[in-house]
Design a protein around this ligand. Structure first.
Ligand code: ADP
Length: 290
């Protein structure tokens, strides 16, 4: 149903009382390693809901790479196009402060080795999938090549960086959160208006996710608000990735964008009720209970 082209990272998480200054060592607690990376997160989110998903990307031939493969396999993600690379697997070093204030260092490692050639090698797969789901934790040439081959490209423009107009024009939809929308447009603003302004930049459709407030969807000049169910939020890590993975799946099933976004908002809401990223992602039954 969905091919995800994107990143896989090992998230190395520690709790700290305060963040270290340069040159300083602080003691942390509860060290943990979790599978993460926006691409792997999207793939797991969709697969856990029941989608058939392949992940095209690169991991290192190391312990983190094995961990990432194992977790993706547990959710049934097809890894036929996940290449082992002579580089360390990507890692995110995450220090979580007492008020949930994170400081994060992402080292892309193997993800940075994903090439346009890797994507072109998988051209038949990408052309056959109804939806290709993308984010920007891999090199831009690979993202652009995938969007060109896709029948329909969903792009979560995260982390927010300047992208060529050609890529924007291929997005259907462009998915951003409020923060990314403000960065792209140069100023914060009212979501409906921002959705219109982003649509004017060339994508075929736009979705802005708004945390607890759900999302707005813009398509064919029409902007619609999509609510999110009220939930007790515990940890919003990876909520946007869950949203995008779920959205890609529903679009692949032929659902109109607004309905697909409404479903994705329920998946995002379900995902913030539990700690972690992939660990928090719901099954279809759990979404239907909401
Ligand atoms: P990101 O994780 O990229 O910052 P958001 O915070 O906008 O993205 O979250 C993505 C989606 O997850 C939202 O559209 C919403 O459906 C859901 N979500 C996030 N936070 C909450 C929350 N506190 N309550 C309910 N749903 C939430």
């Amino acid at each position: 149903d969905v091919v995800v082209v994107g990143s896989a990272n090992a998230d190395l998480v520690v709790q700290v009382e305060r963040h270290p200054a340069p040159g300083e060592t602080v003691l942390g607690s509860q060290p943990a390693v979790h599978p993460g990376g926006k691409g792997a997160n999207q793939a797991v989110a969709a697969a856990r809901l029941g989608a058939r998903v392949a992940l095209l990307g690169r991991v290192g031939a190391d312990g983190h790479g094995r961990l990432l493969r194992e977790s993706l396999e547990r959710d049934g993600v097809d890894l036929g196009h996940l290449r082992d690379t002579a580089a360390a697997s990507g890692i995110a070093m995450i220090a979580v402060g007492p008020r949930g204030d994170n400081s994060i260092i992402v080292a892309p490692g193997a993800n940075a080795r994903l090439t346009e050639g890797d994507v072109l090698d998988a051209a038949p797969l990408l052309r056959s999938a109804p939806v290709v789901s993308l984010q920007l934790e891999i090199p831009l040439p690979a993202v652009l090549a995938a969007a060109r081959l896709a029948r329909r490209a969903v792009l979560n423009l995260s982390p927010a960086v300047a992208v060529p107009d050609e890529l924007l024009a291929l997005c259907d939809p462009l998915v951003v959160n409020e923060h990314e929308a403000a960065l792209l447009l140069g100023a914060p603003g009212e979501p409906e208006r921002q959705a219109r302004e982003l649509l004017a930049r060339g994508p075929r459709s736009v979705v802005i996710t708004l945390g607890a407030d759900g999302a707005v969807v813009a398509e064919d000049g029409v902007v619609q608000a999509v609510p999110s169910p009220r939930v007790a939020a515990v940890d919003t890590t990876g909520a946007g990735d869950a949203f995008t993975g779920a959205l890609a799946w529903r679009l692949a099933a032929g659902e109109p964008l607004t309905e697909a976004a409404a479903f994705a908002a329920r998946v995002g809401a379900a995902a913030v009720r539990r700690p972690g990223a992939q660990d928090s992602y719901p099954t279809l039954a759990e979404v239907e209970e909401l």
